[in-house]
Design a protein around this ligand. Structure first.
Ligand SMILES: C[S@@+](CC[C@H](N)C(=O)[O-])C[C@H]1O[C@@H](n2cnc3c(N)ncnc32)[C@H](O)[C@@H]1O
Length: 229
């Protein structure tokens, strides 16, 4: 008993006030805090703005290592920090894999790397879909959806781009927090509808084990014939 009190006192005395305040945050508050850091105070990968939850970025590293993709498609480019992060992970893995990044506009895109191919246009545009498909021909594709967060648009993108994803690889649908925290029909609604239509994908909840993901139920793994063995 005395030992417990002694430890509690020590914890209290040695934990700075601002750190104590952080520890009292609920998960939801932490996610809001992260969002305001990312959107307002900025978060960077190698000097370029990256709109990524760092806990999710670690999980991406694990998935890339396991899947060993030979092409990565990112729908939604923004400033390019997320794109450059993917390039650097592929460099570390020494994989011959381009990173194809799609957005309406690349005027603010600041990443520069030999792996990057920018496709400028609406993700739902037939020409854009065909261009991405051609760039991915015969490649083992991992796809990250981080473009529009409107449920209907996400669902349409999932229908259009999911056939590119290789068996055993992942279709990562970012920002389900738009639904869970933001209270708007977004990626999570789209994922639920998509999974009702497609038996090819399953949610891999093990990718949410760090708990505070921006992508709840967003790590979709394409089933492979090896799964039954
Ligand atoms: C959340 S940001 C992407 C963040 C980026 N992936 C990162 O990790 O830093 C969303 C981007 O998608 C683009 N976008 C939104 N809807 C789109 C659509 N339907 N087609 C193409 N780009 C879209 C936006 O202009 C913006 O550049």
């Amino acid at each position: 008993m005395l030992e417990r009190v002694r430890k509690a006192r020590h914890r209290y005395r040695t934990t700075p006030k601002d750190v104590r305040r952080h520890y009292r945050m609920h998960g939801r508050q932490w996610l809001f805090h992260l969002q305001s850091e990312l959107m307002e105070r900025e978060s960077h990968w190698m000097g370029i703005r990256a709109l990524k939850n760092p806990l999710d970025a670690w999980v991406y590293q694990e998935i890339l290592h396991e899947v060993q993709p030979t092409a990565v498609v990112e729908l939604g480019s923004a400033f390019g920090g997320g794109t450059l992060f993917l390039c650097h992970m592929l460099d570390l893995l020494d994989l011959e894999a381009p990173v194809i990044t799609v957005a309406h506009y690349h005027g603010a895109f600041a990443a520069d790397h030999l792996r990057i191919t920018k496709v400028t246009g609406d993700s739902g545009d037939r020409g854009v879909i065909d261009e991405v498909r051609d760039l991915c021909a015969d490649r083992r594709v991992l796809l990250i959806h981080d473009a529009s967060h409107d449920a209907a648009v996400v669902l349409s993108d999932l229908r259009n781009y999911s056939p590119l994803v290789a068996p055993g690889s992942y279709l990562i649908v970012e920002d389900g927090v738009t639904d869970t925290i933001g209270g708007q029909p977004g990626p999570l609604v789209a994922v639920n509808r998509f999974l009702r239509e497609s038996a090819d994908f399953e949610i891999d909840t093990s990718r949410e084990r760090f708990l505070l993901s921006y992508n709840p139920r967003g790590f979709l793994r394409r089933r492979s014939t090896d799964d039954s063995n």
